[in-house]
Design a protein around this ligand. Structure first.
Ligand code: IDP
Ligand code: MG
Length: 137
């Protein structure tokens, strides 16, 4: 157990569907702290840096189109084991496999529109927080 920070994105599909409050509420109800919050529309270069690990995947272009397609909300979320804890709240990548009770399990059906991003490790969190909140964490 360790206090951690993680980068969470309320992706453009969730913003468009009016789910910002639902997502923030679930984070706060769990007991995590929102330490930073910004709504912004990403430049392609920022999106490509954020998703750099996926550059060779066939869906990379679509992924960048999607994540730059409208405003998103970037958050720094902190608390005990926040990386794994937030991945659990968010649910599996494919919403059809995501457990009911998770955000993706409750609100999504399509892998390309799965509403929320959460860093997948402490190292990823550090890198991604540096992209979205440079110099702050
Ligand atoms: P994660 O968001 O659960 O960490 P990753 O494997 O890191 O999942 O993939 C990043 C994002 O890319 C996913 O959230 C999803 O939106 C999209 N994605 C992943 N796999 C596919 C796919 O096979 N087709 C289309 N989009 C995908
Ligand atoms: Mg990922």
């Amino acid at each position: 157990m360790a206090a951690e920070q993680t980068l969470i994105l309320v992706k453009p599909d969730a913003v468009a569907r009016g789910l910002i409050g639902e997502v923030l509420s679930r984070i706060e109800r769990k007991g995590y702290r929102i330490e930073a919050l910004e709504m912004r529309t990403l430049e392609r270069t920022v999106a490509e840096e954020h998703y750099a690990e996926h550059v060779e995947r066939p869906f990379f272009g679509e992924l960048v189109d999607f994540i730059t397609g409208g405003p998103l909300v970037a958050l720094c979320v902190a608390g005990e084991d926040a990386v794994v804890g937030m991945r659990s709240i968010i649910g599996a990548t494919n919403p059809i496999e995501a457990a009911p009770g998770s955000i993706r399990g409750d609100f999504a059906t399509v892998i390309g529109e799965n509403l929320v991003h959460g860093s997948d490790s402490a190292e990823s969190a550090k890198r991604e927080l540096g992209i979205f909140f440079p110099g702050r964490f």
